[in-house]
Design a protein around this ligand. Structure first.
Ligand code: UGA
Length: 457
């Protein structure tokens, strides 16, 4: 296929989706040019500084820049002009009514439309409601006619649109890129499907896998729904097990054993059954609302999603109540919070449970000592240190110095390795409220701690 010989792939939007994707594609041997509206961020990336923490990303960025396989364009228009395949990886944040704000998708589409010079494949990678790719295609036709005299008045520009949603998880994004469970390609064009399949083929060659096992080629609308439904299903699993955890707690059962027993059924599976403080991050919370909203717009009852959402919101209340029950009065109590990122392996605090927990405990007059292995910088920009109400500690142990309780919010592996005997010596009161069921209750209690987990006797 000739168009592969000098193929350049443009990636518009270099965030948690765009940057790992761009660097992964460059590592597969493709020439990749990235662009981001945030000039400072783009400049930093061009100089080899990853704008967020993601395991392995720094190394891959340096490699991409050193080999020249990854370059940063001054803007989206330049990336569009240089590329045949354009991956749109811009953010789709939540609007006030819960729907997805698609303005950055539309704007990327207009930039591409103004720079259509020969065949281009526009790939929607961002998470978008069903029918977005169709709207993007219409918008590109409209704006390319209006803006590009080269295409001639009314002449149809040559391009395809495909929906190729990403399934990368923060914290394991590169691993997910290189070892995909599935690659979903939604398009009406055989040319687009072939081109995308060829782009991903090196992934399968490297792993000695057959691409057919992972490729799902379908329509654009179906691909978009696969993505939204995936995140909505994952969120539902988490809310389901959290709901069951409450019953376990009320009746003296153990939700970790319940989850184990459930997960052995292959129809259910063992993953995403960890009860705790609820799901956070930039994807699951906003995606279930956007999915719900698009269903509502089409007159389809998705009230199940409302329940999933409200069960999740109540997790924070339940956690605060657990702290209150343990401490009786929160005002004036010193509490160490372990873990601020929304999950381990990232410094992302967007929609992190920690944010609500800190707001609530501060409002109640607690004195907080915070620790996180990666996210303290991010957190401090939102909550500047103000001793003694808010203190940032270098280590988990030093956060626990003289406190009345440790509250574990994010299950970073290092928290499981803390020397509990030493910890006990540093705390004023040996009390642990474990929002992620990370610790072994028996072991912790045998060392003299008062311990509260989630959904455990
Ligand atoms: C999620 C999806 O898992 C990815 O497949 C998807 O590509 C991504 O969104 C996206 O749309 O971009 P991510 O947001 O990185 O990935 O995080 P998850 O691993 O899904 O975790 C989400 C939240 O659920 C975290 O707060 C986590 O602590 C929580 N969780 C997860 C639980 O509370 N219990 C579990 O059993 C699993």
């Amino acid at each position: 296929m000739d168009e592969l010989k000098d193929l350049t792939i443009g990636v518009i939007g270099l965030g948690h989706v765009g940057l790992p994707t761009a660097l992964g594609l460059a590592d597969l041997g493709w020439s990749v040019v990235g662009a981001d509206d945030d000039d400072a961020k783009a400049r930093g990336i061009a100089e080899g500084r990853a704008p967020f923490y993601e395991p392995g990303l720094d190394l891959l960025l340096r490699k991409g820049l050193d080999t020249g396989k990854f370059q940063v364009a001054p803007n989206g228009a330049a990336a569009a002009r240089r590329s045949t395949v354009l991956m749109v990886c811009v953010g789709t944040p939540q609007r006030e009514n819960g729907s997805a704000d698609l303005s950055r998708i539309e704007s990327a589409g207009r930039t591409i439309a103004a720079n259509l010079d020969g065949y281009k494949l526009i790939v929607e990678k961002s998470t978008t409601p069903v029918q977005t790719a169709d709207r993007l295609r219409q918008s590109i036709i409209r704006y390319s006619r209006r803006r590009s005299p080269d295409t001639g008045n009314g002449a149809a520009p040559e391009f395809d649109v495909a929906a190729n949603p990403e399934f990368l998880r923060e914290g394991t994004a590169l691993d997910d890129f290189f070892n995909p469970d599935r690659i979903v390609i939604g398009t009406a064009s055989q040319r687009a499907a072939d081109l995308l399949s060829r782009i991903y083929q090196p992934l399968f060659d490297r792993a000695g896998r057959k691409a057919e096992e992972a490729l799902v080629v379908t329509s654009v609308n179906t691909a978009e729904i696969i993505k939204h439904a995936s995140n909505a299903f994952l969120a539902s699993k988490v809310s389901f097990i959290n709901m069951v955890a409450d019953l376990c707690e009320a009746t003296g059962a153990d939700v970790t054993d319940v989850a184990h027993g459930l997960g052995l059924d292959p129809r259910i599976g063992p993953h995403f059954l960890e009860a705790g403080i609820g799901f956070g991050g930039y994807c699951l919370p906003k995606d279930i609302r956007a999915f719900q909203k698009v269903a509502q717009d089409h007159g389809v009852d998705f009230s199940l999603m409302n329940e999933v959402d409200s069960i999740n919101r109540r997790r924070i209340d339940a956690f605060i109540e657990k702290i209150r029950k343990a401490l009786w009065v929160i005002r004036g109590k010193s509490i160490a919070l372990w873990g601020l990122s929304f999950k381990p392996g990232t410094n992302d605090i967007r929609d992190a449970p920690s944010v609500s927990v800190v707001e609530r405990l501060m409002a109640e007059g607690a004195l907080l000592r915070l620790h996180d292995p990666q996210a303290m910088g991010e957190f401090q920009t939102r909550f500047p240190a103000s001793p003694p109400q808010l203190v940032y500690a270098d280590t988990a142990e030093s956060a626990a110095e003289g406190v009345d309780a440790v509250a574990l919010v994010t299950e970073w592996p290092e928290y499981g390795e803390v020397d509990l005997r030493r910890l006990r010596g540093r705390m004023s009161i040996p009390l642990i409220i474990d929002g992620r069921n990370m610790m072994d209750p028996e072991a912790v209690r045998s060392l003299g701690f008062e311990y509260y987990g989630v959904g455990r006797p």
